[in-house]
Design a protein around this ligand. Structure first.
Ligand SMILES: C[S@@+](CC[C@H](N)C(=O)[O-])C[C@H]1O[C@@H](n2cnc3c(N)ncnc32)[C@H](O)[C@@H]1O
Length: 169
């Protein structure tokens, strides 16, 4: 997404990212926030659905806890499949805390995130492009003005991953 936006001259009211940012290093996440900020119109919103570490949780403790939770709660996988899933998580996931995401976002010209929803480590966060003509309006209001079509697209693209992650609820 960062590469796409870097070469993109179009400006957007909404940028949406789902379960991908946590694969990037902290520096790379900062670059994504910079490109998102540059690409949003004043008053625009960056909606992020992603894995986020608890503030008091180290990276290693998070990976351990996430794998423990999956092993305990996800009953549809064989031990071999679960080993593959945990290998993928421990080898590829670099989730940040909300505070780190907020620091990187504000350094890039976005607002600190407003929580939209959360289940365990899975967060939906809204970052606003500021300052802008709508900066005085809350992010939830700005989100509520996003067209039904776009919201439906976001819902469908997130639903399968969200259901998969929360299937044990
Ligand atoms: C868990 S999938 C999420 C797919 C989809 N966005 C969704 O929500 O269903 C993670 C995505 O991150 C992408 N990804 C992983 N590492 C990446 C990287 N270093 N740069 C860009 N994309 C990456 C993968 O290609 C994959 O599409």
């Amino acid at each position: 997404m960062g590469d796409y936006l870097r070469n993109c001259t179009e400006r957007f009211d909404l940028v949406f990212s789902s379960f991908a940012l946590h694969h990037l290093t902290t520096e790379e996440k900062g670059e994504v926030f910079r490109q998102v900020s540059r690409s949003l119109r004043p008053g625009g919103v960056f909606l992020l659905v992603d894995v986020v570490r608890h503030e008091d949780e180290s990276h290693d403790a998070h990976l351990q806890a996430a794998c423990d939770w999956m092993r305990k709660e996800w009953h549809d996988f064989s031990p071999e499949e679960m080993a593959t899933i945990c290998d993928h998580v421990t080898g590829n996931d670099l989730p940040e805390t909300v505070i780190t995401l907020a620091r990187r976002a504000t350094a890039a010209g976005l607002s600190a995130p407003e929580p939209v929803n959360q289940y365990r480590w899975l967060h939906i966060l809204a970052f606003g492009k500021t300052p802008g003509r709508d900066a005085q309006l809350s992010l939830s209001y700005r989100l509520s003005t996003i067209s039904t079509t776009i919201r439906r697209t976001m819902y469908h693209s997130t639903r399968s991953a969200w259901r998969w992650f929360t299937r044990s609820r």
